[in-house]
Unconditional design. Structure first.
Length: 217
């Protein structure tokens, strides 16, 4: 058996790779073609026309992009598409734009600032992972300086990022729930109080369901 035959046999035994849906890849390529014109398509074209009258280079590029982007969320891909590029991006450049490296100290500063603003409902988060990491640290976020808890903060932020990608945490920031007044000091109507209790109950129910589905204790 010659080397080429061995290679084909070896490749035929490889488990199929997960891929991003073809419709997503087509939209990504259409988007970049709309922004950069033929300069984007020219990065992949070989001049050899394949199935459906499409250049073989573009077909291969779409295949590679679909494999490399497997597991990326719609939110991450949207972030990559909204990034401003000076030149048509390669797959590596696009992946970095989809999942930019976090500056942990800057993220910590954002968390402390936005948690303070959340009390009035004016918080704005650049990344949902920063919010969930802030929730994880709770009061320690504002009770300790960054240098004192940077290890815990990094761990919380990395875990939140991973759980969002795995679908264990929502990529959306939940709305702030207004605190109920202390007993004997209520200034809200009975209907409003029932509504707030219902909101809290709904969130707790979702947590129980998510935990049960994930096989947690």
């Amino acid at each position: 058996m010659n080397e080429k035959s061995k290679e084909r046999r070896s490749l035929s035994n490889v488990t199929p790779i997960n891929r991003l849906p073809e419709s997503w890849i087509n939209k990504i390529f259409d988007r970049f073609h709309g922004r950069f014109g033929n300069a984007f398509a020219a990065k992949w074209q070989t001049g050899r026309i394949g199935a459906g009258g499409i250049d073989e280079g573009i077909l291969n590029a779409k295949k590679v992009w679909s494999e490399d982007l497997s597991g990326y969320t719609p939110e991450e891909i949207t972030r990559g598409l909204q990034t401003r590029y000076d030149f048509p991006p390669s797959i590596d450049e696009f992946m970095k734009a989809c999942r930019p490296s976090l500056d942990y100290e800057r993220a910590f500063i954002e968390a402390t600032e936005q948690m303070a603003l959340r009390k009035t409902g004016k918080d704005r988060w650049s990344n949902p992972a920063i919010f969930w990491a802030a929730v994880k640290l709770g009061g320690d976020l504002t009770n300790f300086p960054y240098l004192a808890i940077k290890g815990r903060w990094k761990s919380a932020l990395d875990k939140a990022t991973e759980e969002i990608r795995n679908g264990d945490l929502s990529p959306e920031i939940p709305p702030r729930i207004k605190a109920l007044p202390a007993p004997g000091k209520t200034t809200v109507s009975v209907d409003e109080a029932k509504k707030r209790f219902a909101e809290i109950h709904e969130i707790l129910s979702r947590k129980v369901v998510n935990k049960a589905e994930g096989g947690g204790a």
